[in-house]
Design a protein around this ligand. Structure first.
Ligand code: ASP
Length: 420
């Protein structure tokens, strides 16, 4: 049986067992989760997270060396950011439209008093200018230790430039980085053999923990989010991959879904990075030099799935609180949701905290978030899959656009140079 089939079975069994546990008395779930599902899931997750920082570090250096020219990196960067911003803006407009049509907040009785939500976390990461200023690490070792992705990208890219400039003088480092990358990729292959079991445990644990009553009550809201996520993936990503990337969208989704299932089970773009880069490079044929730059950047700043949830949630909360949003307010929502999704870190649940910013921008009550928090765990799984699919679609599109500029890097020729 192929690896992907095994992961799929793990995923489906995880959903089935999770739903079964959610229907049983709470203590059965607690015991199973504490002694079985959570430990197995966490061991797997930690094994992958362990590889994120070294993989990003090594592969960005290699990627920059592969591009060979700072101008090329500038072009790849500009095109990627343009793709990220455009698709995120489309995502949020789509979300607002779907939510206006479905009207999830008008279907059912939702309490508007006695709600509580602590939005303090959103303030810290709300300053976008600061996010960009902070990209330059004052201490790269700290950046690596803390897993600060943007800072690692900048530091690794600079090392890559220096290595190109120094040529032969950096020979030992070249071998070190290349071999380091190979070692990490080998480990990823090894860890991925556990993916079916890991995915099973993570999914059963997440789904078993949600109250089915909350799901019933929030059915329309969830439907609106899921529908928009689906439409955005098929139409926007499928369209971009087909029209600009010149790749059959079915081929794209069929090959990339392994990474999507992984994002689904971990709810973390960052933790999925090693897998999504591996899949994009080996199965979608994205050149390493593009993938290793575009995907880590995307995992940090490009979150269309998160923007979609924020758009639907804003309309939902406005409807529950009987607040009509004007066109200007809707435009404000689009802008703040784009910024909020850029500021959202690729870890579970942050998108919900950042929603506070969007609500505040149009004076909606932040406490409204308390209504959707109960079902957010499942939606987080789905939106994370969409988040990383957007990064891969961007990598496919940019590699097509840059095809003629890319130098044909034959990494093994470095071995020959090294051997001399
Ligand atoms: N979990 C999401 C991610 O890692 C972020 C979020 O929306 O909470 O991509």
């Amino acid at each position: 049986m192929s690896e992907t089939k095994k992961i799929m079975i793990g995923l489906l069994l995880g959903v089935a067992v999770g739903l079964g546990l959610a229907a049983l008395p709470g203590n059965i779930y607690d015991v199973t989760n504490t002694y079985l599902l959570s430990p197995v899931g966490t061991v797997f997750l930690n094994l992958i997270k362990m590889l994120v920082v070294p993989i990003v570090f090594f592969s960005i250096i290699l990627g920059v060396m592969g591009l060979g020219d700072p101008k090329e990196l500038g072009r790849v960067g500009t095109k990627s950011l343009l793709f990220f911003l455009t698709t995120t803006a489309i995502a949020i407009v789509l979300a607002l439209g779907v939510a206006q049509i479905i009207k999830p907040g008008d279907r059912g009785d939702f309490p508007t008093t006695g709600l509580e939500f602590d939005a303090s976390g959103s303030e810290e990461s709300s300053n976008i200018v600061q996010t960009f200023v902070n990209m330059i690490p004052t201490n790269p070792v700290q950046a690596l230790a803390e897993g600060n992705m943007l800072q690692i990208i900048v530091f690794a890219a600079l090392i890559g430039f220096a290595m190109i400039a120094l040529g032969e003088k950096a020979r030992t480092w070249r071998r070190f980085v290349k071999q380091g990358d190979r070692i990490m990729m080998y480990l990823i292959h090894l860890v991925m053999k556990l993916a079916p079991y890991g995915a099973f445990a993570l999914i059963a644990s997440a789904i078993g923990g949600i109250g089915l009553d909350a799901v019933y009550a929030m059915g329309w809201y969830m439907f609106a989010v899921v529908l928009t996520l689906f439409l955005h993936s098929v139409v926007v990503y499928g369209g971009a991959v087909a029209l600009i990337g010149k790749m059959n969208p079915i081929f794209f989704f069929k090959n990339f879904y392994e990474a999507m299932t992984f994002a689904f089970s971990t709810s973390s773009s960052n933790a999925t990075l090693p897998v999504s880069m591996e899949v994009a490079q080996t199965k979608l044929g994205v050149p390493r030099s593009i993938s290793s730059f575009v995907q880590p950047l995307g995992a940090t700043v490009n979150m269309d799935g998160t923007a979609i949830m924020q758009g639907v949630a804003t309309i939902f909360i406005a409807q529950v609180f009987n607040a009509d949003l004007t066109i200007t307010e809707l435009a404000t929502v689009v802008i703040t949701a784009v910024l909020a999704s850029i500021g959202t870190a690729g870890v579970p649940g942050v998108g919900l905290v950042m929603l506070a910013l969007v609500l505040q921008s149009v004076n909606l009550p932040v406490e409204g978030i308390a209504l959707i928090i109960g079902v957010d765990r499942v939606l987080d799984m789905l939106r994370t899959s969409v988040n990383i699919t957007g990064d891969a679609a961007c990598a496919v599109v940019v590699s097509k656009l840059e095809e003629k500029h890319l130098p044909a890097v034959d990494e093994d020729s470095w071995d020959e140079v090294d051997a001399k």
